[in-house]
Design a protein around this ligand. Structure first.
Ligand code: PLP
Length: 394
């Protein structure tokens, strides 16, 4: 079936790569490390790449291929590879293109482990980086050196939910022949398609909203045929391959991504509205909330506001911690993108290693709380947050 012209949900549900001969309706798990050849000639042709086909699951596997081909259809990418985790995708997508002496420019608010790659690991191989603050569009141009090979960013940012104007940063990169790599984990392909705005590489942690049920790690790298050819070389020979079982889970997860994201966004919008009027709350950030400083850009760049809401509890650090301890239903976890609502206090957990000043520059105030709005009934989500806010009042 030709999937290109079908709608998002149809692509996510109906695209298939392989079946067994048992007439099963649900796609089976191809739990195999290797594949058989019909003959010596068939083996030779596969190895010579004269024929397409599976050889070894570090290279390709029907479950992983189905997952990544669906993602390509959803993001508008020509090609892609799946990886064992989101961080494998971040690392391989960078390492495939940067050589000794090269330079990468990234937004300051990158995910914690991406920050470690940029600041601790890449320098070992002589690769340097510069950070640009999330609101400093001109900073991208200013940070360029003769060796700059890649721009890397996330939008919306974690946890402050600030946005980067994808089209504008792409325009700067194109003028200097620089590759643009966007971690699209927070928005998912359902809300934002960076490749359609000119981005070269889209990376995902599938562990978050794509799995959506907190079951498995996974990642993906998507782009043009040319870009992914480079990535495949690195991926095949260094081995960050996804397990076929996880590929099966994540391909099934994509089937429900649209309905789940619709509800995540609906719940998050209601929560953001509720918090905006709460006496114990100072500042609420949600991309599609009219009070968001980049509301216009959010409306243009994201089809809905996403599942994450951040807000500041009045009273700062102590009050923020009290609020978390007063929650009765919500999970306290550093994860996000689950059916279960999760509350995180970045200043004392995910971003505690940063100095106070560094936290300020990425928009993390002492009382900031991040909510990953789950799929429980919104009345129960709101009532848990309301009682915790009222109980933690100083
Ligand atoms: C979680 C996350 C990652 C890392 O993904 P893993 O699957 O945990 O390796 C990268 N980027 C963002 C924005 C994330 O939220």
């Amino acid at each position: 079936m030709m999937m290109k012209n079908k709608e998002f949900e149809t692509k996510a549900i109906r695209h298939q790569v392989a079946r067994s001969d048992q007439r099963e309706h649900s796609v089976p798990i191809f739990a195999t490390s290797s594949y058989m050849f019909d003959s010596a000639e068939h083996a030779r042709a596969l190895f010579a790449k004269e024929l397409d086909g599976n050889v070894y699951s570090r290279y390709s596997n029907p479950n992983n291929d189905e997952f990544v081909q669906k993602l390509c259809l959803l993001e508008g990418a020509e090609s892609g590879i799946s990886t064992a985790s989101g961080m494998a995708a971040m690392f391989v997508s960078i390492a495939s293109f940067l050589n000794q002496g090269d330079h990468i420019v990234a937004c300051r608010s990158v995910f914690g482990s991406t920050h470690q790659i940029l600041t601790q690991l890449l320098p070992r191989w002589g690769i340097t980086h510069s950070y640009v603050d999330v609101h400093d569009l001109e900073g991208w141009e200013k940070a360029i050196t003769p060796n700059t090979k890649m721009f890397f960013f996330e939008t919306p940012s974690n946890p402050a939910l600030d946005l980067i104007d994808i089209e504008k940063v792409v325009a700067i990169a194109k003028a200097h022949n620089i590759l643009v790599n966007v971690d699209n984990c927070f928005a998912t392909p359902y809300l934002q398609n960076p490749i359609k705005l000119g981005v070269d590489i889209v990376t995902h942690s599938a562990t978050k909203f794509i799995d959506g049920q907190g079951r498995t790690l996974g990642g993906a790298i998507l782009g043009s045929e040319k870009v992914i050819e480079e990535v495949m070389f690195m991926g095949r020979h260094t081995g960050p391959a996804m397990s076929p079982f996880n590929g099966w889970i994540l391909s099934k997860s994509l089937e429900t991504l649209a309905v789940r994201m619709d509800r995540h966004c609906e719940n998050a919008t209601e929560l953001a509205n509720f918090l905006s009027d709460h006496a114990q709350v100072r500042l609420v950030k949600y991309p599609h909330l009219r009070s968001h400083p980049q509301y216009e850009l959010a409306m243009k760049q994201m089809s809905k506001g996403g599942g994450i809401v951040t807000f500041e509890v009045k009273g700062g650090l102590e009050q923020g911690r009290k609020f978390l301890d007063a929650l009765e239903m919500m999970s306290l976890s550093a994860n996000l993108g689950d059916t279960r609502s999760i509350a995180t206090h970045p200043a004392s957990t995910t971003h505690s290693k940063l100095s106070e000043e560094e936290r300020q520059t990425v928009g993390i105030t002492p009382g900031l709380v991040r909510i990953s709005t789950g799929l429980e009934n919104i009345k129960d989500i709101i009532s848990d947050i309301d009682q915790a806010l009222n109980r933690s009042k100083s």
